[in-house]
Design a protein around this ligand. Sequence first.
Ligand SMILES: [Cu+2]
Length: 406
Amino acid sequence: MLLGLGGLYGVTAGPKVLAKPIMPPDLSKCHDVTAPALHNHCCPPYNPSETILEYDFPATPLRVRRPLHLVKDDQGYMDKYKEAVRRMKNLPADHPWNYYQQANVHCQYCNYAYYQQNTDDVPIQVHNSWIFPPWHRYYLHFYERILGKLIDDDTFTIPFWNWDTKDGMAFPTIFQEESSPLYDPKRDQRHVKNGAIVDLKYAYTENPASNSEIIRENLCFIQKTFKHSLSMAELFMGDPVRAGEKEIEEAHGQLEVIHNAVHRWIGEPDGYKEDMGDFSTAARDPVFFSHHCNVDRMWEIYRHLRGNRIEFEDNDWLDSTFLFHDENEQLVKVKASHMMPRLYTHPCKCYRTVHIHNCRILCRSGTASTRPSFGTRSSKFRSHGWAKLIARRQPRRDPCPRQNCR
Ligand SMILES: [Cu+2]
């Protein structure tokens, strides 16, 4: 019933080559993981008679995800959002839509609960490689579609936490109300209260800079991330990983590096870093999905900046195949390439990230240079002559000039 390894595909001329996209797991072989916060267990209930179908993409109008700091005062929308999450949390514990079953999907694909097909020691991991953006895009898609189904709203979208904008850099207040289904007590209270500004380079050392300086550092970091990775998709998205290969941490792209810092900044500082600071528990915090909607939006901005060119014209990326439960409780398989014409968008002006001047001056100053930085990828940048490539490249004309996502 499950897919076989990709088979053969033709190249335009010459001999056929073996295709090696990552394939979905054999669900009957889920096993315990190293996740002490979950007692090492996050496998879903397994139903051997469940069939797997190709996903039938819904024929809905293009839906719009909006920035969190703008929708928080839209009472009608916020009530619907909370109600949808409440209903998801109230489903039977073994229902595939149950909130914690949904959260466990992240654990299964990130804490090595499955091995790749035809191996007994190469785990499936959706971080640290080019799989990171498409797998998480699908994960959000199905979570969002299920929430919409629970409140009978085909147009429902999750709000994105735009931590790339000055007004969006504090922890969103809508996740702090203790009686709300969006609340999670397992967070670093120093960061999620009192309007602290997220540090996009956070690695468990507090940034001593003032809020306005951290905002500036963040904006410069994002700006440089785009600039430095524009000419080579691996730098932003992550390196290739193919069937039979084990991912390695150093292969992650810069998009994932920024994403990691936000996870660390929210999770508890001690113990298992619950919830957001550990792969196994991260999606148990509802802010996970708004954070990842912005990660996904960063990918869209990146593609926009590159003239909407596809990042990897490589079938091993495009044919990477994943399994999810869809909004009809059906187990479905989806390919990375099928998500490319998307089913949702953002307000036009949100396709632009903030551009600020004089970042160079900032980077020469004290706090910025002593903190973790772009440096982990520097040897790769050098080896590919990235500076020359960027210097030659003319950025694509922005479709929404002089507007930022505020
Ligand atoms: Cu993840």
